[in-house]
Design a protein around this ligand. Structure first.
Ligand SMILES: NC(=O)C1=CN([C@@H]2O[C@H](COP(=O)(O)OP(=O)(O)OC[C@H]3O[C@@H](n4cnc5c(N)ncnc54)[C@H](O)[C@@H]3O)[C@@H](O)[C@H]2O)[C@@H](O)CC1
Ligand SMILES: [K+]
Length: 507
């Protein structure tokens, strides 16, 4: 799929389009023409077409579309849902509304809305923020009862195109006709569930309007995933496919070290060495034979201490990626250990979980790094890294990840139900996933997979994006005809070779 734009980027393009000879009024006419075409193709002469109109330019699109439908001999009616249109363009469109178009006020039109054959939502567009207010809820309840075809103009009302947040009563579209480019929020949870099929329609904005816009956001799909898989030479040996050194695990968190190791080994890396507490070595080595182990010095509670740094750095000389953090624990000593490893390691580093938490108090050490660093924060960790609340992060997850990436020159894999892989100006959106992954152990698997890909020579952004794609797609595969409730991390790890087979052999 093509590039996706943030709302700010889209607004910039709309204004920039004037430089290429297309006015805002012309853009509205073009948007309305595209919308009318979709409405007409879902209507017959007898269809009861109802366009719900808000005050802003989204309503303007609907009013112009109503005229075009009337010109074609169809019988659209418009319902004013927020009073009379009040922007320059929407009030001009209202003044031009064809006399044959019936105009109703929302308070008198609830049954009328419910009975529509084709219901078109032009209430709110990109200007929507906050939540649906009490006075307009009856309209949305009537929409919910309507059994006709539901079409959203640009985006379903109630959905926030900036961040994907959505009111529970948002318009639930069968089709969303969006203009020029997909808007970021439409592809994020929970908004994506309200969009139905998303049709992206040209409205005459020249692509050169996007030349200066960063970041460039594109969905990471199977085509990109396949293209980023490196060639695996038939005469390759274990050294050819890289080595991960993992600094993970503690007496309190044993499984995390094992899950990340298994996920890494199941995604192609040649060698995996686990540097961990002696008690973790003893527990895991009884069942996980495929990797090597190094027992590290620990404090009295079983957490690794900073003086291990020298040993680990020595091991890094013969490795191709360093994974830090899964089950590491967070103490003053792990803070020192993480800082020293970041400052001195000369191989790419993947920092996850308590590796991230241990980094936060000394985050500026990232400015002294010698190698590539990939951070894999969930929203709470991203909030800690940025020094803000989780709520602030959720209102603009991409923005925070992007600024973090820019400030420290790191790759950020901002994971959640949908995940952003961010490397400065380039962003991949990864949406594969299932609630089977909403469980302990998923982050450990993801970090292990990313470290494996990095060790095999992928560049940081590809490793991060493909890591997320791999985990999400494999969890879907593991859950085939099985409940997401019952899938656990080991099921996903077991399904990794099958996923990779499918990817390697995809058309
Ligand atoms: N600007 C342009 O050049 C173009 C804009 N177009 C359309 O214009 C839309 C954007 O237009 P606007 O910026 O006028 O925004 P909207 O049409 O989304 O209207 C926002 C209106 O709703 C109000 N509002 C926002 N949140 C609310 C809430 N929670 N409860 C109640 N009222 C709320 C705002 O105060 C404002 O009056 C796009 O989505 C697109 O459909 C298209 O015509 C193409 C060209
Ligand atoms: K809308």
């Amino acid at each position: 799929m093509d590039r996706i734009l943030t709302v700010e980027q889209m607004t910039f393009c709309e204004h920039e389009a004037e430089k290429y000879g297309v006015s805002l009024a012309q853009l509205m006419d073009n948007a309305a023409a595209q919308l009318a075409e979709v409405i007409a193709s879902n209507s017959s002469a007898s269809s009861k077409i109802v366009l719900l109109i808000g005050k802003g330019n989204n309503g303007g699109d609907g009013l112009v579309a109503a005229n075009l439908l009337a010109e074609q001999g169809l019988k659209p009616a418009v319902v004013l849902c927020c009073g009379e249109p009040d922007t320059d363009l929407s009030s001009a469109a209202y003044a031009r509304l064809d006399k044959s178009v019936e105009v109703l006020k929302a308070e008198n039109a609830l049954d009328f809305i419910e009975d529509a054959d084709v219901l078109v939502d032009c209430i709110f567009g990109t200007g929507f923020h906050g939540s649906l207010r009490e006075n307009i809820l009856p309209v949305f309840r009537a929409c919910k009862k309507c059994e006709g075809m539901k079409i959203a103009c640009n985006l379903p009302s109630g959905v926030n195109a900036r961040n994907g947040q959505a009111d529970k009563l948002s318009f639930k579209a069968d089709v969303t006709v969006t203009f020029h480019r997909g808007k970021l929020g439409l592809y994020l949870q929970p908004a994506v569930d309200f969009c139905g099929e998303i049709l992206v329609k040209d409205i005459g904005i020249d692509e050169r309007c996007e030349n200066t816009l960063y970041p460039v956001i594109t969905p990471f799909d199977v085509v990109k995933a396949r293209a980023s898989l490196p060639f695996r030479p038939a005469d390759g040996h274990k050294g050819t496919f890289g080595k991960v050194v993992s600094v993970a695990g503690s007496e309190s968190y044993i499984g995390a070290a094992g899950l990340s190791a298994m996920a890494a080994m199941r995604t192609g890396v040649g060698l995996f060495e686990l540097c961990t507490a002696k008690s973790v070595v003893n527990s895991l080595s009884a069942g996980m034979y495929e990797c090597t182990y190094s027992a590290m010095k620990t404090d009295k509670d079983g957490f690794m201490v900073a003086e291990n740094a020298e040993t680990i750095l020595k091991k890094c000389e013969k490795a191709s990626s360093l994974l830090i953090g899964c089950g590491l624990g967070h103490t003053a000593e792990t803070e020192k250990l993480v800082a020293e490893l970041i400052e001195k390691a000369e191989i790419p580093i993947v920092l996850d979980a308590d590796g991230i938490n241990s980094l936060c108090p000394n985050i500026d050490v990232l400015l002294k790094k010698k190698s590539t660093v990939i951070l894999t924060p969930h929203p709470a960790e991203l909030a800690r890294l940025c020094g803000v609340t989780v709520g602030e992060v959720m209102s603009d997850r991409l923005g925070f990840a992007y600024r973090l990436s820019e400030k420290y020159g790191v790759t950020v894999l901002a994971k959640s139900a949908d995940t952003f892989a961010v490397d400065g100006g380039k962003v991949y959106l990864c949406t594969e996933g299932t609630t089977a992954l909403a469980k302990g152990g998923s982050g450990d698997m993801l970090a292990g997979i990313v470290s494996s890909y990095v060790a095999q020579g992928f560049d940081a952004l590809d490793a991060a994006a493909l890591g997320s794609f791999t985990l999400g797609s494999t969890a879907l595969l593991a859950g085939y005809k099985r409940s997401e409730r019952g899938i656990i991390a080991r099921d996903v790890i077991d399904a990794l070779p099958r996923f990779l087979y499918d990817l390697e052999n995809a058309d």
